[in-house]
Design a protein around this ligand. Structure first.
Ligand code: HEM
Length: 400
């Protein structure tokens, strides 16, 4: 097996859309990732994606963003506002935990901060298990923690959520309630399984655990990176910072620019299933590994300009590219949460009052509206438990 490390934007795009290359980044994280959507290939992946796609529709994202999310956001931020300070990661994880639990189909029956905290501590363990390839900790130790956390998750959260859905699904099948009265989430879709794809209880447990960690980790980190970029840039551009307060479309562009610089996963890995020839003379034998540097590719000067390594929300990019570059992936495994978190790209006909901005922009807006600023007495710190370039803590204060 040979290993190829690539960072050219267009070559990476060709790899990500090629059906002969299989996901390989999570091979070490099997305890939590075995058989989940992101690791499936070929027909198995197509069938599972088709079934779960029913949840990830733009009309529902818009409804979620406009109708459901503002209440969750206000409830979650309130204790932090009362205190006058927050750690961005802590706030980010709490809010996104509720968001991803809604989409995954995990009920929080008590609706208390302690319950969210409980779920969160399990999901952080899942996340460490999934990204084991980048972990600096003992892999054996992490895997043992993941197995224990999965058991606790099943008993405390998954089984009660399944029980409630079983009753509703039965009523639906007996024509006592309408389809619209069923919860709209991945767990319900998998339990009904109208496409009859092979699933079992353990697989459903891993799939739901995967959803919880995939959505929350990336959203919380994206929000923190975006605020850091905006705070830093705002110091030398105070008038622009002022503009952000009233120009939500521009704020969304800032978030997309930050997403470009900070892809949730800095790399993507794929393994060839047979001999494959990719553009730019990348010739692969069966089982060769391709490691793609998304972080570097997102700074490709031919696409993003000569200042591609800095935060510049005014950059002009070619019409057929997204400002966030490869951050949500493309091709077979493109992110299901892209429009939910990133929103829809605006154009000259966009009506700002009806636009779908994406959850990350809404989170950043809320922090700025509440006059959140880095805490002058406590510096942010990077996360030392992973090779991924993320913040471990980011203290802020509210008010002038
Ligand atoms: C800023 C936030 C997010 C970022 C940057 C992000 C990034 C990504 C990337 C790069 C992939 C593809 C990985 C690969 O090709 O190997 C992916 C896949 C995926 N993401 Fe996200 N994600 C985000 C938020 C979310 C949210 C909120 C959800 C769900 C609620 C979600 C669900 C998924 C799923 C289900 C897949 C697997 C799709 C497949 O394998 O076909 N993501 N994400």
């Amino acid at each position: 097996m040979s290993k190829f490390e690539i960072s050219d934007y267009n070559t990476i795009k060709s790899v990500l859309v090629n059906r002969n290359l299989k996901q390989a980044l999570y091979d070490k994280g099997k305890v939590i990732m075995d058989g989940v959507l992101l690791t499936l290939h070929g027909d198995d992946h197509r069938k599972r994606k088709k079934l779960e796609h029913k949840i990830f529709q733009r009309d529902f994202f818009k409804y979620y963003e406009h109708e459901l999310f503002p209440r969750t956001l206000n409830e979650t931020i309130k204790p932090f506002l009362d205190k006058g300070s927050a750690d961005l990661l802590d706030f980010g994880y709490r809010i996104t935990m509720n968001l991803t639990a809604d989409f995954a189909g995990i009920d929080r029956s008590k609706k208390t901060p302690e319950e969210t905290e409980d779920l969160l501590s399990l999901v952080k363990i899942f996340s460490q298990g999934a990204t084991l390839v980048h972990s600096k900790r003992s892999h054996e130790e992490v895997n043992q923690e993941v197995l224990k956390a999965l058991d606790i998750f099943e008993e405390k959260f998954l089984l009660p959520s399944k029980k409630r859905r079983e009753v509703l699904i039965k009523q639906y099948k007996n024509n006592e309630i309408r389809e619209a009265d069923l919860p709209r989430d991945v767990l319900t879709i998998l339990m009904i399984n109208e496409d009859n794809i092979p699933l079992n209880d353990d697989l459903i447990k891993r799939e739901i655990a995967f959803y919880l960690q995939a959505g929350s980790h990336s959203t919380a980190n994206s929000m923190t990176h975006a605020l850091h970029e905006i705070f830093t840039w705002g110091e030398s551009n105070p008038s622009e910072l002022n503009r952000l307060k009233n120009d939500k479309l521009f704020l969304q562009t800032c978030v997309h620019e930050s997403m470009r610089l900070h892809p949730a996963s800095p790399v993507a890995w794929r393994k060839s299933q047979c001999p494959v020839e990719i553009e730019n003379n990348l010739i692969l034998k069966k089982d060769d590994l391709v490691i793609m540097d998304l972080h570097k590719a997102n700074q490709d000067k031919d696409i993003f300009g000569t200042d591609s390594d800095i935060f510049n929300p005014h950059r002009v990019i070619p019409k057929n590219q997204f400002l966030w570059g490869l951050t949500f992936g493309i091709g077979l495994h493109m992110c299901f949460g892209r429009d939910l978190d990133g929103g829809v790209v605006s154009n000259e006909n966009t009506d700002p009052s009806k636009h779908q901005y994406g959850i990350v922009t809404l989170l950043v807006k809320k922090i700025l509206d509440e006059k959140g600023l880095p805490d002058p007495k406590s510096n942010p710190e990077v996360d030392v438990n992973t090779e991924r370039p993320n913040w471990g803590s980011y203290p802020i204060i509210f008010g002038e």
